[in-house]
Design a protein around this ligand. Structure first.
Ligand code: HEC
Ligand code: HEC
Length: 258
């Protein structure tokens, strides 16, 4: 047999070489600067490889995705190359319209603004996307999840997103997000669920006067005036200028006197 004829040291050297070569080919398949683009419809067709690479890497960072979010990777499963010129993915087609939109905003709409105020910057993918492909606000994502799967599903989504995105610029994890979410839930008549959301928010933000105001208001909706008062009082302790909580307290205490 072939293997028995060569010594094992030589075999391992060959094996390592083969692995290095194979890895290089696979890496080059990720992005070949020498390969001329074949299917550019909105970017300049004579674009330099290095420039195209920068733009594409900008897309992945702006949307928080990998190249295969837009590009056909159906062949890479058996180590074939990515087919960057293919248009099968609808994300790539949408991205084209987005490139055109961004160009139009910068070259037309913002140019007009710049005639009025010279210190006006440019729009980029990241201006809207902030590291996510879908750009809804966190409270909307939560409300959608709530309508589909209930409170538990929404709160576990919140925890998941918080773990992944907290401290990044993608979603706003300040106190008002869960409060807006709770308002939407309460508007649907689900006061108990809204209360659970606000209680969670008070736990996360024990210094947030608005959170205790919301809590007071929800207890009021449940006609639990005692708890409403104590939470409005807490809201006022945290922020003596909280007009709404001060107003509610005055009303409730006047009621008690009657
Ligand atoms: C958000 C979607 C998106 C992402 C993510 C993305 N691309 Fe693209 N890519 C496009 C679009 C759209 C075009 C076509 C532009 C045009 O029509 O002018 C394109 C074109 C290309 C082309 C030229 C293909 C040809 O033959 O015409 C290459 C190469 C390429 N992308 C590589 C990459 C690489 C590598 C990555 C990851 C670092 C990447 N792309 C990430 C949307 C994307
Ligand atoms: C003015 C705001 C804005 C800018 C700038 C913008 N986008 Fe978008 N983009 C959107 C909106 C809105 C959607 C729909 C989001 C959703 O479904 O949640 C979207 C959706 C997309 C999608 C589809 C995502 C999916 O899951 O199907 C892609 C791909 C995309 N944008 C790429 C880009 C690229 C690439 C750029 C820069 C060239 C860009 N966008 C710049 C607003 C913007």
């Amino acid at each position: 047999m072939f293997l028995t004829k060569i010594n094992s040291k030589y075999f391992f050297q060959m094996l390592i070489l083969a692995i290095v070569l194979l890895t290089r080919t696979v890496c080059n398949a990720q992005f070949s600067k020498d390969q001329k683009p074949k299917n550019l419809k909105v970017l300049p067709s004579n674009i330099e490889g290095e420039e195209l690479k920068k733009i594409m890497q900008g897309f992945t960072a702006a949307l928080g995705v990998k190249c295969n979010f837009c590009h056909d990777d159906s062949k890479t499963a058996d180590f074939g190359p990515m087919d960057y010129s293919s248009d099968v993915k609808k994300e790539k087609q949408v991205a084209r319209t987005m490139i055109t939109m961004v160009n139009n905003i910068n070259s037309d709409l913002l140019k007009k603004s710049r005639e009025i105020e010279s210190d006006i910057g440019e729009v980029a993918c990241v201006t809207c996307h902030r590291g996510a492909s879908h750009i809804d606000q966190l409270e909307d994502i939560l409300f959608r999840t709530y309508k589909r799967g209930g409170l538990e599903a929404a709160m576990s989504r919140y925890n998941e997103l918080r773990k992944r995105y907290f401290g990044s610029y993608t979603y706003d994890f300040r106190d008002h997000t869960l409060l807006s979410f709770s308002s939407k839930v309460s508007e649907q008549g689900n006061v108990d669920d809204a209360l659970a959301i606000v209680l969670k928010n008070c736990e996360l933000f024990p210094e947030s006067s608005p959170s205790f105001t919301f809590l007071g208001d929800l207890y009021l909706k449940r006609s639990d005036n005692e708890k409403a008062i104590s939470n409005f009082e807490k809201a006022v302790r945290l922020d003596p200028n909280n007009r709404f909580a001060n107003g509610q307290l005055k009303k409730l205490k006047d009621l008690e006197k009657k």
